[in-house]
Design a protein around this ligand. Structure first.
Ligand SMILES: [Zn+2]
Ligand SMILES: [Zn+2]
Length: 277
């Protein structure tokens, strides 16, 4: 029971990604029906190796949109999920650009890699997915990949929402009302708004609309990292009176009656082959 998130990466945007100023490997979400790998960008594989996580344990992969900080390790993650392509299992969920390609973006996963999994599903806003028994609502976003979306995961411990890359508007934010935990990509600091992304001021507005128990900030751009995500989270807390935390790479969040934070870091050089191979 319960719901556990491991933040493989907390970086986002071009410069953070190209220099790996923070990792960009997405999130692992463990729930009673399986484990979802959400947005496996660059370093997903390296981060899983650091914590001795066997990608064969993954049961579903979600790629929200066709930007490399969200998809570039996806094919290798799918090979991991299918034990090297030998065992047809698991499902890939993606936006139209990710699965089929559209408007010059994508496809981000080859036909071959789409064929090694048990199923491939294209999602659009308004869809309700059953991901290994986890009811998941697909929400609208406003992003430079126009097919991007966000998600509301209905867990045993309440609604956990992952708002993928988007600009702020009250109409976007209101979709996430009722969330217990709001995972927000906050790419830039308070006074540095860029198109199609959230700055800390936008994050504070978003939080004021949704009023979650906890907001977790991720997807930090290079200026945000220099400025200090913790300072920015404290600023958002101060302005809204709502709890906000800046995630760290390999941070874990266990959601039961309480929210328990931890650290998944177990790295050592003695790699041991996982039992799945
Ligand atoms: Zn991004
Ligand atoms: Zn993006």
């Amino acid at each position: 029971m319960g719901f556990k998130i491991t933040f493989l990466g907390t970086g986002g945007g071009r410069h953070t990604t190209m220099y790996q100023a923070r990792s960009t490997g997405g999130m692992l979400m463990e729930h009673p029906g399986g484990t979802i790998h959400v947005d496996p960008g660059p370093s997903a594989l390296v981060q899983m190796r650091k914590i001795h996580y066997d990608p064969a344990r993954t049961s579903s992969v979600i790629v929200s949109h066709a930007h490399p900080d969200h998809y570039s390790d996806a094919e290798c993650v799918l090979e991991g999920m299918t034990c090297g392509g030998w065992k047809k299992r698991g499902c890939l969920y993606g936006s139209p650009t990710v699965i089929d390609g559209e408007g010059g973006l994508g496809p981000c996963v080859s036909r071959y890699h789409q064929s090694i999994v048990s199923g491939t599903r294209v999602f659009r806003p308004g869809d309700v997915l059953d991901i290994d028994g986890l009811r998941t609502e697909v929400c609208r976003a406003e992003h430079s990949d126009p097919t991007n979306v966000g998600f509301r995961f209905h867990t045993d411990a309440g609604v956990v929402s992952y708002v993928s890359d988007t600009s702020f508007s009250p109409e976007i934010a209101v979709q996430y009302r009722g969330s217990r935990v709001l995972i927000l990509p906050v790419t830039t600091p308070w006074d540095l708004r860029i198109h199609y992304h959230l700055c800390t001021e936008d994050a504070a507005k978003f939080m004021s609309v949704v009023k979650p128990e906890l907001t977790v900030m991720i997807h930090f751009g290079i200026v945000m990292i220099k400025r200090g995500p913790e300072t920015e989270a404290a600023l958002a807390e101060e302005r809204t009176g709502l709890r906000a935390v800046a995630a760290r790479d390999l941070m874990t969040l266990d959601l039961g009656n309480e929210v328990v934070f931890g650290d998944a870091m177990t790295y050592n050089d003695d790699w041991v082959p996982p039992s799945s191979i």
